[in-house]
Write a protein that binds this ligand. Structure first.
Ligand SMILES: NC(=O)c1ccc[n+]([C@@H]2O[C@H](COP(=O)([O-])OP(=O)(O)OC[C@H]3O[C@@H](n4cnc5c(N)ncnc54)[C@H](OP(=O)(O)O)[C@@H]3O)[C@@H](O)[C@H]2O)c1
Length: 181
């Protein structure tokens, strides 16, 4: 069970997993995009999230639409927004975290047979709101210090164990799991 708000916990056995690429100076975005191009990270993101629901903010969603012309294929995108957006078949909107989790849970049940995870894929406003509820955090550490306008929020590293690290040339895939209390 994932409890965002004690009054309305969403029943799910699925892990809630944050996934992010962060530069050494904390930057995650610039002008609605990521300020680097790392094909191996895009591949890692695709393989990790494929056939799962993904929750993201409206700004991140619009950046993906601009880049791809459509939401991420093979996944259900749950877009947090206060706006009335028209979405194609593999995307839905949600007006609160609870609504987003419910929509992700429904999508996992109805469209993604093997989905054992719900992903939280940014941007900064969405990571910030979900951080305290995440079971796992999959981080690509990007060893650069780019200019940016969007930063990953402060997070409580002491509550997580780093369980794996895969160092590559200029970046690393690192995985953190919340310590059981
Ligand atoms: N490096 C990475 O891994 C990574 C990952 C994702 C994004 N990014 C970058 O991050 C930047 C975008 O992040 P951002 O923080 O500016 O924007 P964002 O989080 O993607 O989107 C913000 C919008 O989400 C909606 N929203 C957020 N919380 C909500 C809630 N509780 N209820 C209803 N709506 C809610 C609001 O939309 P409305 O205004 O429509 O109400 C808000 O304006 C981009 O540069 C992107 O490339 C980087």
């Amino acid at each position: 069970m994932t409890a965002i708000d004690d009054s309305a916990p969403v029943e799910t056995d699925r892990e809630l997993v944050g996934i992010v690429a962060v530069a050494d100076n904390g930057v995650i975005g610039k002008d609605g995009d990521m300020p680097w191009h790392i094909p191996a990270d895009l591949k890692h993101f695709k393989e990790t999230t494929m056939d799962h629901p993904i929750i993201m903010g409206r700004v991140t969603y619009e950046g993906i639409l601009e880049a791809l012309g459509e939401p991420l294929p093979g996944r259900t995108t749950v877009v947090l927004t206060s706006r009335d957006l028209e979405t194609p078949e593999n995307a839905v909107t949600a007006r609160s975290l609870e609504e987003a989790l419910e929509a992700a849970e429904t999508a996992a049940r109805e469209r993604h047979d093997a989905a054992d995870r719900i992903f939280v894929a940014g941007g900064a406003t969405v990571y910030e709101q979900f951080l305290s509820a995440l079971d796992r955090l999959i981080v690509t550490e990007v060893h650069e210090e780019p200019d940016g306008d969007t930063y990953f929020p402060d997070w409580d590293r002491a509550s997580f164990d780093d369980v794996s690290r895969d160092d590559r040339d200029g970046f690393a895939f690192v995985e953190y799991v919340r310590r059981s209390s």
